[in-house]
Design a protein around this ligand. Structure first.
Ligand code: NAP
Length: 422
């Protein structure tokens, strides 16, 4: 039976769902050997370094990833950077198909004055910092001022605002990086603004996330009732289902805004950022609003306004995405997930997306190349295999058990490799 070798670059949700789709496409006439290549010593992508640690349920999808990885003909090559340790062209030569599943890791910028000041960060830096991503351990996150501003009206902005506005001891039973829990416990921030440039009817939050906010036990969540009522009027009699659901959730928040807690998260709508103020570091944000310019004093600004893909040599990019036609890039190169369609949708969205690209890929295959695999190129490389990763995973989970956490993540690369016995 023909065995086609497929390399998947990136061990995040899109990569795993592509692998799963290929496993499902195996039949009496063809089967697939999958080599998943990952830059970090650990897999799971955004499930490990993106999903907010106070939302552990979302991370249970990692069980699905591990089941996919336990299948015959699946190998993990982690701690291997495509574009550095091996080129895309080398992979294309060896494999019947190569799939780019590297997501969108770079934060979009506002392009306004002051964005480079100390204390102005992208969520693309802040989120991996609190999630123990090895490349972001030393990020400078000044939390000494009493007020922070988060710019953007999407779920990432909401995750960031919640992490800043939570009572930090609520993070003790989570897998938040220890360095972040320590810093948040020392933080002086008590007020977090989350600002949207348009009205509530256009916000990109999803309603389950909005409905979770009133459950925060130690944080006041404030929305202005007049803002939401005006948005309900503007949305008209038959708003889209998602818009109605969001506005219902927001009205509930607005009608029950609390004030008894020391910590507050407040939403600002129709606030378009014009400039970030400060000389040596952030001192405030100037917004243009329907009532004229407004300045909010703060010591930290986090922009959560979307992402773009990081380029890899040999892969064409445009507008922050890989240039593609329904997932086909060129020759035997394909793309799935955020690198293909941009940073939208929840983790599960990648499942149907990858399945349709894998059908195209399978329809393009003719006869297997039998040209070897990546292991022949990585002879001098410290590679984290699936078995090594299981050792890391076991060590992290065991360290977590002792502290009542799902895991204590290794932060430094050498620590992770040590867990793996490498
Ligand atoms: P997003 O949902 O696209 O939201 C981006 C936000 O940034 C929008 O509100 C957008 O406003 C705003 N924005 C863009 N450019 C701006 C500018 N120049 N100035 C001010 N605001 C600007 O992106 P995201 O929050 O990064 O999330 C990415 C995807 O991951 C989404 O599909 C999200 O639902 C998903 N996600 C899900 C979860 C979860 O399920 N719990 C958690 C995190 C992320 P405009 O609409 O005005 O452009």
């Amino acid at each position: 039976m023909p065995l086609f070798k497929v390399a998947i670059v990136g061990a995040g949700p899109a990569g795993y769902f592509a692998a799963q789709a290929l496993q499902n496409l195996a039949n009496d006439e063809r089967t697939f050997a999958i080599d998943m290549i990952e830059r970090l010593p650990t897999p799971w992508g955004l499930v490990r370094s993106g999903v907010a640690p106070d939302h552990p349920k979302i991370k249970t999808v990692s069980k699905v990833f591990e089941k996919i990885a336990s299948s015959e003909n699946f190998r993990l090559f982690a701690n291997v950077e495509v574009g550095v340790d091996v080129t895309v062209a080398q992979l294309q030569e060896k494999y019947d198909a190569v799939i780019i599943a590297t997501g969108s890791s770079l934060g979009k910028t506002l392009g306004i004055p002051g964005e480079d000041l100390r204390g102005s960060l992208s969520a693309a830096v802040f989120v991996p910092w609190y999630n123990a991503h090895p490349d972001f351990v030393g990020v400078d996150t000044p939390l000494d001022a009493d007020t922070a501003v988060v710019i953007g009206a999407g779920n990432v902005a909401m995750d960031v605002a919640r992490m800043l506005a939570l009572e930090p001891s609520e993070l003790d039973p989570t897998d938040t990086a220890d360095h972040a829990i320590d810093a948040l416990k020392k933080s002086n921030i008590r007020k977090v603004y989350i600002s949207a440039r348009r009205g509530p009817e256009h916000a990109a939050f999803t309603s389950p996330e909005l409905r979770d906010l009133p459950k925060l036990e130690h944080t006041n969540v404030i929305m202005n009732k007049a803002d939401i009522e005006a948005a309900i009027v503007r949305a008209g009699e038959a708003p889209e289902k998602e818009v109605k659901s969001n506005l219902d959730a927001m009205l509930l928040i607005a009608e029950n805004s609390k004030s008894e807690h020391e910590r507050t998260m407040e939403f600002l709508f129709q606030h378009t950022p014009k400039a970030i103020l400060g000389t040596d570091r952030v001192e405030g944000v100037v917004y243009s609003t329907p009532n004229g310019d407004v300045t909010i004093k703060c010591g930290l600004v986090i922009t959560a306004i979307g992402y773009q893909a990081q380029g890899i040599d040999g892969v064409p990019y445009e507008n922050g995405k890989v240039v593609n036609n329904d997932g086909r890039v060129k020759d035997n190169l394909y793309v799935v997930g955020w690198a293909k369609r941009g940073p939208s949708g929840v983790i599960g969205t990648n499942k149907s997306d990858a399945a349709s690209v894998m059908e195209l890929l399978a329809s393009d295959l003719t006869t297997p190349k039998n040209s070897g695999d990546v292991s022949e190129i990585l002879t001098n490389q410290v590679v984290v295999s699936q078995e090594h990763w299981q050792l890391i995973n076991d060590a992290e989970v065991a360290a977590g058990e002792a502290k009542g956490k799902p895991r204590v993540k290794g932060v430094e690369r050498r620590e992770l490799l040590k867990h793996a016995g490498l």
